[in-house]
Design a protein around this ligand. Structure first.
Ligand SMILES: CC(C)(COP(=O)(O)OP(=O)(O)OC[C@H]1O[C@@H](n2cnc3c(N)ncnc32)[C@H](O)[C@@H]1OP(=O)(O)O)[C@@H](O)C(=O)NCCC(=O)NCCS
Length: 182
């Protein structure tokens, strides 16, 4: 007999679940791959082709679309939205409803140990570096360097908290970050 939260889960037969994954109620997962010991909160949707590494935490009300990869240990706050289509349209020029053949899925990659604050939106084609932190409510429009803390709309670097990220100041005094070579 499933517990009450399982009664309201929709987990497709094509979902690959790792060991000790915890999934709460009112979730919708299909065609995705979830690593070991991942925790998925209520009202989360994870679409096909998504790959989530081990020991990630996905908080409630978050939407993870096709094209997203989260490496191990990524924290995703509440109500985070990923995007995979920069210019979405419902229909084609002839008014016919668009199908999968009519648009290109643009991927997003989030590095190991990164954290994404609640209410953040990540535009597509973005790389979030390892252990970066994205502030609550941010709109991320560009790549985030490893170890950087970014926030705002559009998200800007607030600070850098790892040595391997080098900083310089532009002529205008704005903080500019670039990851140093390994
Ligand atoms: C981004 C964040 C990590 C920065 O924390 P912090 O290092 O303690 O930064 P501070 O609070 O000292 O703020 C530094 C500046 O950034 C601004 N700032 C902080 N967070 C911000 C955010 N999310 N969006 C916009 N600006 C933000 C502050 O107003 C401050 O601006 P000022 O220098 O002009 O006064 C944190 O504010 C945050 O958003 N964390 C995410 C929390 C979250 O979503 N958790 C989810 C589970 S509960």
């Amino acid at each position: 007999m499933p517990d009450s939260s399982q009664l309201f889960q929709q987990i497709g037969p094509d979902v690959k679940l790792g060991r000790d994954v915890r999934i709460f109620g009112f979730t919708n997962l299909y065609g995705c791959e979830i690593g070991d010991e991942v925790k998925i909160g209520t009202f989360v949707e994870i679409q096909k082709g998504v790959r989530i590494g081990n020991r990630c935490k996905i908080s409630s009300h978050t939407f993870i679309c096709e094209g997203v990869t989260l490496e191990d240990g990524v924290f995703v706050g509440h109500n985070v939205t990923f995007i995979n289509d920069r210019y979405p349209r419902a229909t084609n020029g002839d008014d016919a409803l668009q199908t999968e053949a009519d648009w290109e899925c643009v991927p997003t990659w989030v590095g190991r140990g990164a954290s994404i604050g609640s209410g953040a939106t990540l535009l597509c084609g973005i790389t979030v570096g390892e252990r970066a932190v994205i502030g609550a409510g941010s709109v991320v429009t560009k790549d985030v360097p490893s170890g950087a803390v970014v926030a705002g709309n559009p998200a800007r670097v607030l600070k850098l908290h790892e040595e391997r990220v080098q900083t310089t100041r532009s002529a205008g005094g704005r903080l500019v970050a670039s990851a140093s070579p390994d």
